[in-house]
Design a protein around this ligand. Structure first.
Ligand code: NAI
Length: 212
């Protein structure tokens, strides 16, 4: 299927479509209209049609969308039709929590290695994966076809470690450190700041209270 350049705004909504369609698929539902999707997802039907039209539109007038097909296509667009090998740098609270969350694997994100610079943690097993010293990282990345590195280290350490990872050929960084990383073209960074989401929640609570 021919693919046009899709805006980041649409891309950021695709995981949500993917999730809902996955649920419909698991329930054995074969097709869904934009109106039905709209009411489940709380997004307007026209937004859904517009979004899905971006990559050719998989819907047919009077039929709606074929759930399985749309699910597979969105998965393919999101690169979920292949497995991703991940390493995590920083085996502290957050790093361990992420490794312990099993559901990433269902989507094809496989934690292969964990690295830290604290010797007290070397050899500690988190869900069967041993924490290794940083000096093993280069070899590990190359031998295990690692494409994503997860940074759960303090912000003042992140830039140096990211540079190292990029030198070893890492193409994607899932960055939890509170710092904007400068990376060369061809390397993708996705920043996750849980506190941004909390601040948005806080804003909405205050707005609601002020409106009353
Ligand atoms: P933590 O202190 O429990 O873990 C940090 C780990 O990183 C430690 O095991 C430490 O030995 C290791 N480390 C430090 N420097 C390193 C280096 N140069 N190379 C390899 N390992 C190194 O901290 P926690 O709670 O797990 O948080 C980790 C980071 O994530 C912090 O910077 C925190 O601010 C951030 N964070 C971000 C969130 C987000 O939503 N983006 C949410 C929670 C934490």
């Amino acid at each position: 299927m021919e693919e046009r350049e899709i805006s980041q705004a649409v891309i950021s909504r695709l995981p949500r479509y993917f999730r809902y369609l996955g649920e419909l698929k698991d329930e054995g539902i074969e097709r869904v209209s934009s109106q039905e999707l709209s009411s489940i997802m709380q997004v307007t039907a026209s937004q859904i049609r517009q979004d899905l039209n971006n990559f050719g539109g998989f819907g047919q007038q009077g039929y709606g969308y074929n759930v399985e097909f749309l699910y597979e296509e969105i998965g393919r667009i999101l690169g979920l039709d292949r497995k991703h090998n991940l390493i995590i740098i920083g085996a502290g609270n957050l790093g361990q929590a992420l490794v312990n969350y099993v559901n990433f694997e269902r989507r094809g994100f496989l934690f292969r290695g964990i690295f830290d610079n604290n010797p007290m943690l070397y050899g500690k097993k988190i869900r069967g994966i041993e924490v290794q010293p940083m000096m093993n990282m280069e070899r590990f990345v190359q031998d295990n076809n690692i494409d994503i590195a997860v940074l759960t280290i303090p912000k003042n350490e992140a830039a140096g470690v990211a540079e190292e990872l990029i030198r070893y050929g890492i193409k994607g960084i899932w960055n939890f450190a509170h710092v904007d990383l400068q990376v060369p073209e061809g390397v993708q960074v996705e920043n996750v700041h849980l506190s941004d989401s909390l601040m948005k929640l806080s804003y909405n609570i205050s707005r609601f209270q002020n409106e009353k």
